[in-house]
Design a protein around this ligand. Structure first.
Ligand code: PEP
Ligand code: MG
Length: 574
């Protein structure tokens, strides 16, 4: 049966392929007693699930991310070891034979015992391993329930696979990166959730907020994903399929044409130069940054380097990662953001339970509360500054007090390197993200104390409009054109320009061509976005008259009716 689902379009492009379902198994399992004649069969089912899981884990080794090969191997070895532990294998098998219970129940009971063992360890590392036990058991449960797991999809016949999940965390998505799904669909999530941002970084069409896709779509269903309109067509008929194949070809042709802009400079019709930088999550993204001729890295979300692990890496490992990026840009600016952990990006070792994580101990707040963690990162960043044009960007600053504390922490890290005779750039620029309304309103502290500012519109809009950016139920209220948002943008861009310090926008707004002229009209001259968006934005800039943009933008700023604002924006983009 053919049907259509509507969600939020977050990463454009058209994909045609087959559904691959990914599920998060709940550990609440049923308990039932089997008749005698089915017990042996149940034991065989259990053994087969263990074997399948073992093979899946072994297969993961072949697709492990290069930059974290050692950690990945250690994680796989540990999970294979847990799988072979007698609690998980023999004890569960004996329990099925003795009590005639179902395999899921035996596994769950044995898991609980093993977890209790681990919890009793005084050593924090060993006690934390209980999470690994749960993850391994989840994997076996998925296999038992017939669900397809995170194993790479089969592509022997060349069919493109489309990932369908209820939700995918940013960390999971990074882990799935090598598997090359041609599109990503999730029930939850908003347009600027970090999952959506990663999907965009992968240049993979993505629709989120589909509500019940995971439930309605079946494994191997034929799918068309329109990442522009947020539409998913399940089991389309031949005519629709042919129509979308045509649109897919046209879309790819457009992208090829845009590549012709690689050597063109981004200048407006009047000849004003605009700087286009790239946002990255991994050193591996650098190739794309170069392919799209970015003038620098405007935002390196450093926390993504380390999301799939239990604890943050030591100074040496961080230094190597930052140096790779700094050197890889050959003297062009590389703006590295200090860890923005917390909210939807958690490292297990520093995970906290907050009643409202977006308003909790996140980003710079977490770093200031964990001085050792912050000092390690700062030392690594400063050391990397000796090898390239590194700038430090601090997320979620709310005002002068946090700026002062941050600058003191940087000075202390510099002093410690000096004491050890380790070189670093003494003039390293330090900037602050403007993503909390208080920062935008109290901009003076930022322009006086810092070297540059970068506006994080994703969070700024979230906090100004009180809309959780990860919650699809309020996604329709997320509005970059809300007069309050526009006034704040005008205030920050105008204020920074007046104070003579560089200002950029590095939130998703910067990469959307619909807002390019508006931001130019507000006085913005530096944008940072996903590398894949650079050429479209450049094309828009090349056809922009700044004078006209300023006139219409001022009209937009004076309007407060949403219809009127839309109409003026359409005129600006005509
Ligand atoms: C932002 O908030 O706009 C931003 C760029 O940071 P992030 O999306 O990583 O929170
Ligand atoms: Mg942010």
């Amino acid at each position: 049966m053919s049907f259509t689902l509507h969600g939020i379009a977050v990463s454009s492009g058209i994909a045609i392929g087959r559904a691959h379902l990914v599920s998060h198994t709940s550990l609440e399992v049923a308990h039932y007693v089997l008749p005698d004649h089915l017990v042996q069969e149940e034991i065989s089912r259990f053994d087969a699930a263990l074997e399948t899981t073992r093979q899946e884990l072994a297969a993961l080794r072949a697709v492990r991310p290069q930059q974290a090969a050692a950690e990945f191997d250690a994680f796989l070895d540990l999970h294979l070891m847990i799988l072979g532990d007698e609690h998980i294998s023999s004890a569960a098998r004996e329990m099925i034979a003795r009590e005639h219970c179902n395999a899921e129940w035996a596994l769950k009971v044995q898991m609980d015992e093993l977890v209790t063992h681990f919890e009793a360890f005084e050593d924090a590392y060993l006690s934390e391993r209980k999470t690994d036990v749960v993850q391994v058991v989840e994997r076996v449960l998925k296999t038992l329930s017939g669900h397809v797991s995170h194993a790479p999809p089969a592509e022997e016949d060349g069919t493109s696979m489309i990932l369908v999940a209820h939700d995918v965390s940013p960390a999971d998505l990074i882990q799935l990166k090598p598997h090359q799904f041609t599109a990503i669909l999730t029930d939850l999530g908003g347009a600027t959730s970090h999952t959506a941002i990663i999907a965009r970084g992968l240049n993979t069409p993505c629709v989120v907020g589909l509500h019940r896709a995971r439930q309605l779509v079946r494994e191997n269903d034929a799918l068309i994903v329109d990442g522009e309109q947020g539409v998913v067509i399940v089991n389309p008929d031949k005519q629709i399929l042919a129509e979308y194949k045509l649109r897919q070809d046209q879309w790819e042709l457009e992208r090829k044409k845009l590549k012709g802009l690689k050597t063109k400079r981004a200048i407006t019709l009047e000849g004003t130069r605009i700087e286009l930088h790239a946002n990255i999550e991994m050193p591996g993204d650098l190739q794309e940054v170069r392919d799209n001729a970015a003038a620098g890295v405007g935002l390196f979300r450093s926390e993504f380097l380390f999301l799939n692990r239990d604890e943050l890496p030591d100074e040496e490992e961080q230094f190597e990662a930052y140096r790779t990026v700094a050197e890889g840009m050959h003297g062009l600016p590389v703006t590295i953001r200090t860890f923005d952990l917390g909210a939807d990006k958690q490292i297990k070792g520093v995970q906290r339970v907050a009643s409202n994580p977006a308003l909790g101990l996140r980003a710079i707040r977490l770093c200031l509360a964990e001085p050792q963690l912050f000092r390690t990162q700062l030392r690594a960043l400063l050391r990397a500054s000796h090898y390239g044009n590194v700038k430090i960007l601090v997320p979620m600053l709310s005002g002068a007090a946090e700026i002062n504390q941050t600058l003191q922490a940087i000075a202390a890290a510099q002093q410690s390197l000096d004491n050890e005779g380790i070189p670093f750039n003494r003039e390293i620029p330090v900037g602050g993200m403007i993503e909390i309304p208080s920062a935008a309103l109290a901009l003076g502290a930022f322009t006086r104390k810092l070297d540059f500012v970068s506006i994080g519109t994703n969070d700024l809009i979230q906090y100004v409009l009180a809309i959780d950016r990860t919650d699809e139920e309020v996604a329709h209220l997320y509005d970059p054109l809300h007069p309050a948002v526009l006034q704040l943008l005008a205030h920050v861009i105008g204020g920074a320009n007046k104070a003579g310090i560089p200002v950029s926008v590095c939130g998703e707004m910067a990469g959307e061509v619909a807002y390019t002229r508006l931001l130019l009209g507000l006085g913005l001259r530096q944008f940072s976005m996903h590398p894949a968006q650079l050429f479209s934005v450049k094309q828009r800039i090349l056809t922009t008259s700044l004078t006209e943009a300023v006139t219409l933008t001022h009209k937009i700023l004076r309007a407060d009716d949403p219809m009127k604002i839309r109409e003026l924006l359409d005129r600006l983009n005509a």
